[in-house]
Design a protein around this ligand. Structure first.
Ligand code: SAM
Length: 241
């Protein structure tokens, strides 16, 4: 499918979300820079109500787990019908299932997705989804962290927020992205603003020196120290990669 240029002349980055709660969107994604970018059509959001593909008079989307156990599982046939409809509108988007079992979502993945045409996200509910639809529709599972949410919508919003802010033109100063946490495999250095003195604490002298080389060196040193103290795994993966 061809990219649709927006008013700014750029192709829009497309998000497509399959959910039982479309009314939760855009939610936080409607605010601030990401919300303004949605208004400006730098990205678009298509919502697909999974229940529209439910079975019978009650539009059932879930059933009891095969083999017994607590909770309900989202049906493969219902999800496949919803996915096929969503894909007919956006056949080129990678399809990800928000899942605590998935590969961890990272800044590198956000950047890679932000540079593509967009993303299609499946938000689960209940105990999750029938495994067969994952296999049959070639779905990739992605996790936003090692904890269990009650539904995939917040996870989908988290992923979308991280991607959308990387789309060119969404953030004012593109420069600010270059030094953020995880860019270059390091966490960000400490930030300060006015007033210079606050509750007996001063802004470090070097930041007031006007010497940009010294400031850059100080920030780099602080980034390395904080990363070493808090996330040594990032330094290891940097040296591995
Ligand atoms: N029974 C599942 C398990 O133990 O892996 C958890 C299901 S959870 C209650 C319901 C839905 O929330 C999932 O289908 C998934 O879409 C979403 N979810 C929960 N935790 C998540 C996480 N850490 N990352 C991404 N999605 C998550």
């Amino acid at each position: 499918m061809a990219h649709i240029p927006n008013a700014a002349g750029r192709p829009s980055w497309r998000a497509s979300v399959l959910t039982l709660f479309p009314e939760m969107f855009p939610g936080p994604l409607g605010f601030s820079l990401v919300g303004q970018a949605l208004q400006a059509e730098l990205w678009s959001l298509a919502l697909h109500q999974i229940r529209d593909f439910g079975i019978g008079r009650h539009r059932a989307v879930d059933d009891t787990p095969a083999g017994g156990g607590a909770g309900m599982v989202m049906r493969a046939d219902v999800l496949a019908a919803a996915i096929d409809e969503a894909r007919s509108q956006n056949p080129d988007l990678p399809l990800l299932y928000m899942s605590p079992r998935g590969a961890p979502f990272t800044q590198d993945k956000a950047r890679a997705l932000s540079q593509g045409p967009g993303v299609m996200l499946l938000a689960g509910r209940f105990e999750g989804i029938d495994e067969r639809v994952i296999e049959a529709r070639g779905i990739t599972e992605v996790s936003i962290g090692d904890y269990v949410l009650s539904g995939g919508e917040l996870a989908a919003m988290t992923l979308l927020d991280a991607c959308v802010r990387l789309i060119p033109g969404v953030l004012g100063a593109e420069e600010s992205l270059a030094h953020e946490s995880f860019e270059g495999g390091l966490l960000e250095y400490p930030q300060y603003t006015k007033p210079r003195e606050w509750e007996g604490r001063s802004t470090p002298d070097v930041l007031m020196s006007g010497d940009h080389k010294k400031i850059a060196e100080w920030r780099r040193g602080q980034s390395e120290r904080i990363t070493r103290e808090r996330r040594p795994d990032l330094l290891r993966s940097k040296s591995d990669g």
